[in-house]
Design a protein. Structure first.
Length: 255
């Protein structure tokens, strides 16, 4: 449902990608609401590309935004965003929610590469991403989070990520940062004073034959094989530019 209530904005964006039978990918469903506008852009080869365009500020306190994407067998979809998403305090009380639901069928491929999420001072945001893969589905998923704008203390950010393949968990994790988060989130065992954190998940059928080995990727990044044909790259950085450089380099090595 799309609308504005006293509790904030409710909006859902939906994408569905299908093999068009001619060597390309069609988008029979491309629906945006409220602050979630979707635009198809020029693709490459058989890949369809979609950009998420923020039509309003936010998410603000009390908002609940949902993005759903389904990729059918043989379809290839790349999703990005035009600009960073900035969580801001709003007039409505309570935290904002931003939910991402991704589904990739056997033989489908999804690259989910949005810009950074910035947790501005005074904001409260809960982010949830759930990915369901089947069979030989391929996935590249990047998450980047920046705690506070320049010279600003962060808001409270809770982030949960779940990736499943044929119903079995490849990854399930949760992190809370900022005011009100459990103690130690800024300590040496978690963020160590850094304000930009990110992760990259790559799922490829080829990894069942040879899975990359665990290794450090510089001083504050690492690659970890998961229980399946998948790897996880995690990184900390002083700012968003350095974080993107680290994750881009890791992605080039893995694909």
């Amino acid at each position: 449902m799309d609308g504005v209530t006293t509790a904030g904005v409710r909006a859902t964006a939906r994408i569905e990608a299908r093999d068009d039978g001619r060597g390309g990918t069609s988008l029979p469903v491309l629906e945006g609401q409220g602050p979630l506008a979707l635009r198809r852009t020029r693709g490459s080869g058989s890949e369809a590309r979609v950009m998420l365009v923020g039509a309003m500020s936010g998410p603000l306190g009390g908002d609940h935004l949902v993005v759903e994407a389904r990729v059918g067998p043989g379809a290839r979809l790349r999703v990005g965003s035009v600009a960073a998403t900035i969580a801001l305090p709003g007039q409505a009380k309570g935290e904002a929610r931003y939910d991402v639901r991704l589904d990739v069928a056997d033989g489908g491929e999804l690259c989910w590469l949005p810009e950074q999420l910035i947790s501005a001072g005074g904001s409260e945001l809960s982010v949830s991403a759930r990915v369901d893969l089947r069979g030989d589905a391929r996935l590249v998923l990047r998450e980047e989070q920046v705690l506070g704008r320049v010279g600003e203390e962060p808001g409270r950010l809770t982030s949960r990520l779940t990736v499943r393949r044929d119903g079995r968990a490849l990854l399930e994790q949760e992190l809370a940062c900022g005011p009100g988060a459990p103690g130690g989130w800024d300590g040496p065992a978690v963020l160590a004073g850094y304000r930009a954190l990110g992760q990259l998940i790559v799922v490829r059928p080829e990894f069942e034959r040879e899975l990359p080995a665990a290794r450090p990727l510089g001083e504050h990044a690492s690659l970890t094989p998961l229980a399946g044909p998948a790897v996880l790259v995690t990184a900390l950085a002083p700012d968003a530019l350095v974080l993107r450089r680290v994750l881009d380099e890791a992605l080039r090595e893995l694909t």
